[in-house]
Design a protein around this ligand. Structure first.
Ligand code: DGL
Length: 266
């Protein structure tokens, strides 16, 4: 069991930010990555549909031998984590709690913002958990639906993206917040741009590393750490346009990908 792979999934390629953090934290683990490129974006879909899609993908990864599931997608973590944990008999790790913990460790004024897709912000998953863990916290949630397509387009430093980000962050009065959770897989790719918009006054929290730490702990606790010393393999499954995924992912991960397969879920 311990040499079995870790399953990671996202609605598209944004989850590679989490995959990169997991790869550097756990270099010997075999990884299976599933990007639902045929149905991205999840961020404006209904909770029922996201739960259904997430379960289909989780079952696919479990059938491929996944020993643990990482829900890298914030929208799926916000809407489907509970139903996935109930349906599967492997550990399921989402990105919301690691992001919340990182933000609470970071804030000095207890004024925290969270940006994400419409579905994530509407679910109030971040807001509720922040309040549950620390009542004194003041939370502002801001949906930023235009940022995902801009990232998918590769416009990471484009003036258009900057204008859009400025507008969203002004709407949430970011200058009154000392910590901002990047509650979407795609936003870490915009870190340099967002950093310049907040002008060093607000700390940006990207949960990818906290998720990788949480996963490492969970594997240890359940005695699931791989026994191999070889570098872990990364196998990728997408539901549409593998060539496009490969091109963007190569740019993002900084090396070519060999194993991108097209799959059709029932
Ligand atoms: N992966 C999604 C998330 O982290 C962003 C893209 C989408 O809307 O599907 O919320």
């Amino acid at each position: 069991m311990s040499t079995a792979p870790i399953g990671i999934f996202d609605s598209g390629l944004g989850g590679l930010t989490v995959t990169r953090a997991i790869r550097s934290r756990l270099p010997h683990e075999a990884l299976l990555y599933f990007g639902d490129t045929a149905r991205v974006p999840y961020g404006n879909k209904s909770p029922a549909l996201v739960q259904e899609l997430a379960l289909d993908i989780a079952r696919f990864l479990v059938a491929r031998g996944a020993k643990t599931l990482v829900v890298a997608c914030n929208t799926a973590s916000a809407l489907a984590l509970e139903s996935l944990s109930a349906a599967l008999n492997i550990p399921v790790i989402g990105v919301i709690e690691p992001g919340v913990d990182a933000a609470l460790a970071r804030t000095q004024t207890n004024r925290i913002g969270v940006i994400g897709t419409l579905a994530t912000i509407r679910s109030r998953a971040y807001q509720t958990l922040l309040k549950t863990k620390r009542e004194a916290v003041h939370v502002v949630g801001q949906p930023c639906p235009l940022l995902v397509p801009l990232v998918e387009e590769g416009w990471l430093t484009d003036p258009v993206t900057r204008l859009v980000a400025e507008k969203y962050l002004a709407e949430m009065n970011v200058s009154n917040l000392d910590t901002l959770i990047l509650g979407c897989t795609h936003y870490p790719l915009l870190k340099p741009l967002l950093r310049s918009v907040v002008d060093g006054k607000t700390a940006l929290v990207d949960s990818a590393e906290t998720v990788a730490d949480r996963l490492a702990l969970e594997l240890k606790r359940r005695k699931l750490v791989t026994t191999t010393e070889e570098p872990g393999n990364l196998e990728i499954f997408v539901t549409d346009t593998p060539a496009r995924f490969e091109a963007v992912a190569r740019r993002f991960l900084g090396h070519p990908l060999k194993n991108v397969s097209l799959v059709h879920l029932p």
